[in-house]
Design a protein around this ligand. Structure first.
Ligand code: PLP
Length: 400
C-alpha cells in the first residue's frame, strides 16, 4: 500500500517557492544572487500594526478565537469592503482564514465534487489549478492573449463554459501579469456570467490596493450587484499591508457558503492566529497612508523595470496596471544558445540559465500556465532591480 495518497499526485509543489528556495541555496553557497522570484513585498510591516500584535500578547489575547475570526476583525473587514468598494457584507458573511490561500482552499473543498470544473483565465497564479485539483475539481485553463493586455475576452469565457462549470476565477490585479480590470473591462464578463446562473464566481482582489497611474480597480459585485449571491470576494493583508508572514486573508460571500467554509475550517485549523488577527484589525482600521507611499515606490520601480527590459534584446514587456510583477515575452530569445552554452528551448531553460549564469532568479511562464514569458517581481529595492535588469540585458545580448 502506498504511503502517499493518490490525491497528492494531482498537485505539484509551488514552483515559485521552489525557485526562491533554489536562489536562497545558491546565495547561502556564496553566489551573488538577486532574487526577483518571490511574491512578497520587501517593505516591513508598519510599526502601528506590529504594536497592536505586541499589545494583544500583553493583554492575553492568546486563546482560540471564533473559528470564522474575531467579531471586531470581521466587522473591520466588512467596513473595509464598504469603504473601498461599496460592498455590503454582514459579519456572518465574512470568514478570516490563514491567508487568502486558505480562503480559496476552503471554498473549493467545501463545494467541488469530482468532475466539477473551475474556469481559470491564464496567466494565473500557480496555486489555483492545484487547489482545484486537490478538491477533486477539474481546472479549465482559458488563455488570455497578450494582445488584450492578458485580460480575458468575454467570448473566450463563454466558449469555456460547460454544464459542469461550477466556478469561475478572476484575479485582478493579476499575478503574474499585473493586468487589472476596470469596471468597463468587467462589464462584458459580468454579462456572460448573468446568462449562466449556476456558475459561482471567485474574485481574488488581493492586489487591489497596488494600482498605478491613477487606475481605478473594480470588483465583480460592485459592477454587477446581481452576482452578489454567487460571488466570493477575497482579499487579505499580505500584499497591501506587507504582512505575508502573519497569514491573514478573508472573504465576503453568501452566508450559505461562508457557513460551509467555516465548518471545514473548524475541523482543520480551528481559525487563524489570535495575535495576527489583532494585527490585521489594526491594519484594516488604522491609518492607511502607508499604502500610498508603498504604491508610489512600486510605480517608480515598475517604470524602471519595464523600460530596462524593453531594452534587452529579444524581450518585450508590457506596462501593467497593478500588483508588483511584470511578465515579459521572451519569444525573441527562443531557439538561441546562451553565452554559457545552454540551449534556450523554452522559458524554463531561459530562467535556469539566467539564474546559473547571471545570478538572477525569475519564474518561467509555464508555471503560470502561459509559456513563452517569465515573471519578475519588482518588490525589491531599486538598486537591486537596476543591477538585475542590467544582468538580464547582458544575458540576452550574449544569446547566439
Ligand atoms: N492570490 C494571489 C493572486 C496571490 O498572488 C497570493 C500570494 O502570492 C495569494 C492569493 C495568497 O496570499 P496569502 O495566502 O498570503 O493571503
Amino acid at each position: 500500500m502506498d504511503l502517499i495518497a493518490a490525491r497528492l499526485n494531482k498537485v505539484s509543489p509551488s514552483q515559485t517557492i521552489a525557485i526562491s528556495t533554489k536562489a536562497r541555496a545558491l546565495k547561502a553557497a556564496g553566489k551573488d544572487i538577486i532574487s526577483l522570484s518571490a511574491g512578497e513585498p520587501d517593505f516591513d510591516t508598519p510599526q502601528n500594526i506590529k504594536d497592536a500584535a505586541i499589545r494583544a500578547i500583553a493583554e492575553g489575547q492568546t486563546k482560540y478565537t471564533d473559528v470564522a475570526g474575531t467579531l471586531p476583525l470581521r466587522r473591520a473587514v466588512a467596513e473595509r469592503f464598504r469603504l473601498d468598494s461599496g460592498l455590503d457584507y454582514t459579519p456572518d458573511e465574512i470568514i478570516v482564514s490563514t491567508g487568502g490561500k486558505q480562503v480559496i482552499f476552503n471554498a473549493m473543498v467545501a463545494t467541488m465534487n469530482p468532475g466539477d470544473e473551475a474556469i481559470i483565465p491564464a496567466p494565473c497564479w500557480v496555486s489555483y489549478p492545484d487547489i482545484v485539483a486537490l478538491a477533486d475539481g477539474t481546472p479549465v485553463i482559458v488563455p488570455c492573449p497578450a494582445e488584450t493586455g492578458f485580460k480575458l475576452r468575454a467570448e473566450d469565457l463563454e466558449a469555456a463554459i460547460t454544464p459542469r462549470t461550477k466556478w469561475f476565477f478572476l484575479n485582478s490585479p493579476n499575478n503574474p501579469t499585473g493586468a487589472a480590470y476596470s469596471a468597463e473591462d468587467l462589464r462584458p464578463i459580468c454579462d456572460v456570467l448573468l446568462r449562466h446562473p449556476d456558475i459561482w464566481i471567485f474574485t481574488d482582489d488581493i492586489y487591489d490596493k497596488l494600482v498605478y497611474d491613477g487606475f481605478v480597480p473594480a470588483t465583480v459585485v460592485q459592477v454587477e450587484p446581481r452576482l452578489r449571491d454567487r460571488t466570493v470576494t477575497m482579499n487579505g493583508v499580505s500584499k497591501a499591508y506587507a504582512m505575508t508572514g502573519w497569514r491573514i486573508g478573508f472573504s465576503g460571500a453568501p452566508a450559505v457558503l461562508t457557513r460551509a467554509m467555516n465548518k471545514l475550517q473548524s475541523q482543520s485549523t480551528s481559525g487563524t492566529c489570535s495575535i495576527s488577527q489583532a494585527a490585521a484589525l489594526e491594519a484594516l482600521s488604522g491609518p492607511q497612508d502607508f499604502i500610498g507611499d508603498m504604491v508610489q515606490a512600486y510605480q517608480g520601480r515598475r517604470d524602471l523595470v519595464v523600460s530596462m527590459l524593453n531594452q534587452a534584446k529579444g524581450l518585450r514587456c508590457q506596462k501593467p496596471e497593478g500588483a508588483f510583477y511584470v511578465y515579459p515575452s521572451l519569444e525573441g530569445c527562443l531557439g538561441k544558445t546562451s553565452a554559457g552554452g545552454t540551449a534556450i528551448v523554452d522559458d524554463e531553460a531561459f530562467v535556469t540559465a539566467l539564474l546559473e549564469e547571471e545570478g538572477v532568479a525569475a519564474v518561467h511562464g509555464a508555471a503560470f500556465m502561459f509559456p513563452g514569458h517569465f515573471r519578475i517581481s519588482y518588490a525589491t529595492d531599486t538598486d537591486s532591480l537596476r543591477e538585475a535588469c542590467a544582468r538580464i540585458q547582458r544575458f540576452c545580448a550574449g544569446l547566439r
